[in-house]
Design a protein. Structure first.
Length: 409
């Protein structure tokens, strides 16, 4: 049998990786998996992930985004949309629930599902939403109730004469607080215009230790071949672990578990000596990912993985318009009457930032002595462009996805 090895540590960001979640312990000591509504929502949001991802990676370099954070905002916008505007939003999210009733309940259950991870040692994961209204503008009572009940939304009223800079500072402070200081400048100077009537903000934060941490003493400066063919020196972490591993003629994949049961990071890399990531990315869909994950078997993996930090900063209007969400961004066409009771709103701009950091940090480890007769391990050297995913294995939900073509940024 072939062998393989890997290691990682994350705070959540991008490149070609995924953060996936699932299989958390319940009070009775059983794992019954996610509720049916959560599993169905995860399937829909994963399809949304693979619609958005190729549009974000059209620009060269590293990338990182959280489809959960984007969907958390869009479903709350959709809650106030009517007619064709609502249809376009739900269609883009691959949700068939046009009235949104099942969707909002599923989003609430998803938030509760993910909170379980924060109850485990060495792990924290939470979502937050806030709406900011200016002046005397009133929101529909039903919309406010829905936001609080299903999304735990905060509602803030701002003075009509508050300057844009004051509003920008308040929102940045909120984002910084919700992300534990990781996102400090969600909005930059001159992002906001005077007289904005309503803003919606969302944030999510993830932190987890590795179940099998890397030994920092083994980290060395080694070569990494970027997507341009250039060789750079990076801090390469090393470890020998028993991990789920999959390989075929197209891809190599290894799953790195976090200390909180059910959360993993998947590292995907083109098979052989290929440095071109685009072919692998073109084939990456929910079905192919599930096939690779299902085919992974626990093996002894000799892993080399670069320490990295990836940031993503995007404007999402054009991305969403390409997915069919055009009316919501069009003056005189958007129907967001479920928010204020009138067709007096449309979405102007949508900003998004994300950050992921991977290092040696992890859980405490114990040692024991035994006599092991071992086979030659399959080497898994992440020294060229790769994908990573952090996922909930039980529901299949992709929490973060990204690519790394150069660990130095």
């Amino acid at each position: 049998m072939k062998r393989a090895s890997a290691s990682v540590m994350a705070t959540a960001v991008a490149m070609s990786w995924l953060i996936v979640a699932g299989g958390f312990p319940v009070a009775a000591g059983k794992d019954d998996g996610p509720p049916v509504e959560v599993k169905g929502l995860a399937d829909s949001l994963n399809k949304f992930t693979w619609d958005v991802y190729p549009r974000l990676r059209s620009k060269p370099g590293n990338h990182c985004f959280s489809p959960v954070a984007i969907a958390n905002s869009l479903t709350l916008v959709a809650a106030g949309a009517r007619g064709r505007t609502a249809d376009q939003l739900f269609t883009a999210l691959h949700l068939n629930d046009r009235r949104g009733e099942r969707t909002h309940e599923a989003m609430r259950q998803l938030s509760e599902w993910l909170k379980v991870y924060s109850g485990q040692a060495g792990c924290e994961l939470h979502l937050a939403v806030a709406l900011w209204t200016r002046g005397e503008r009133n929101l529909q009572p039903g919309y406010v109730e829905l936001g609080r009940k299903f999304y735990g939304a905060e509602f803030h009223r701002l003075a009509h004469d508050d300057p844009p800079e004051k509003l920008r500072q308040r929102i940045n402070q909120w984002a910084e607080r919700q992300t534990k200081g990781k996102i400090t400048q969600l909005l930059v100077d001159n992002d906001l215009d005077a007289g904005i009537p309503l803003l919606l903000t969302s944030a999510n934060y993830f932190q987890a230790n590795w179940k099998f941490p890397f030994d920092q003493r083994l980290t060395q400066q080694q070569d990494f071949v970027t997507d341009s063919g250039k060789t750079v020196r990076v801090a390469m972490m090393h470890g020998m672990f028993w991990l789920p591993y999959y390989a075929d003629e197209q891809v190599q994949l290894v799953l790195l578990p976090y200390s909180c049961t059910g959360l993993n990071m998947a590292i995907l890399m083109p098979r052989g000596n290929q440095t071109e990531l685009s072919k692998l990315e073109q084939s990456l869909q929910s079905e192919s990912l599930q096939r690779w994950l299902s085919g992974a078997q626990v093996d002894r993996v000799d892993l080399s993985l670069p320490r990295f930090q990836v940031q993503g900063s995007y404007r999402l209007e054009h991305v969403l318009a390409e997915l069919g969400c055009k009316d919501v961004f069009t003056l005189g066409v958007a129907d967001l009457s479920g928010i204020t009771g009138n067709r007096d709103l449309y979405v102007g701009r949508m900003w998004y930032k994300a950050l992921t950091t991977v290092s040696e940090q992890g859980t405490e480890a114990a040692a024991a002595t035994t006599v092991e007769f071992k086979a030659v391990p399959v080497a898994f050297r992440v020294n060229r462009p790769f994908l990573f995913l952090i996922m909930d294995i039980r529901s299949g939900l992709i929490l973060f996805a990204g690519r790394v073509v150069n660990p130095l940024g």
